[in-house]
Design a protein around this ligand. Sequence first.
Ligand SMILES: [Zn+2]
Ligand SMILES: [Zn+2]
Length: 242
Amino acid sequence: MAYRFPRWLSDGLGTILDVLLPSPCITCGRTGSAMCAECLEAVERFRRPECNSCGLPIPPDTTQVHCDECLRARSAVRAVRSAGPFDSTLRSAIHAFKYGDRPDAASPLASLLLAPVTRLIAGNPIAAQWTLVPVPLHPNRIATRGYDQASLLALHLARAVDLPIDARLHRVRETAAQVGLGRHARLANMSGAFRFQGLPIIGTVVLVDDVMTTGATLDQAARACLAAGCTDVCAVTLAREP
Ligand SMILES: [Zn+2]
Ligand SMILES: [Zn+2]
């Protein structure tokens, strides 16, 4: 079943930890918060107009609503919105969040997803029931890292926008690193990597992940959700690697 994360629990724990262990900013190192306001402000955002499907900027004078790439290739994910390009401040913040043992950075980073998810919902007024579904790591990877970054982002985002979370999407196959693989190799590598467990999911799913590269991971996660009964899949990510 979808559930809502209890705000009192995370607020209370967060406040206690902030007082006991003031954390350095993951990008500039200044003490005070997991990612300071200046660094959040420094994150480059995608300009608009944006492609209706992938969310990447399109020329302002075009009459198209989709970019050329989306006119060519179809994905099981109908629409993606990302905060900004996988570059400079955002790139180093995400790297520190994932590999630097900094789960506390999930809260400030999730604030970057507010604008993308709001644009997604505003652009689809007909869709009635929205549910956030984190794109999970394989359990072996969670055991090594100690946390699942997409799940933490989704928890904070769910609180901020008051949407339910459904955490029944599982990564059932360990996949090779996608780095260096072409689009077709990435799709083959991710094929069958996810399974949705339990009762059908209804309405529109919004997948939550940290970075979108070719979209192969989101595509396979979306296929698992569609197979579980949802009518539509969109996605939000912190960064997009064009
Ligand atoms: Zn900073
Ligand atoms: Zn596009």
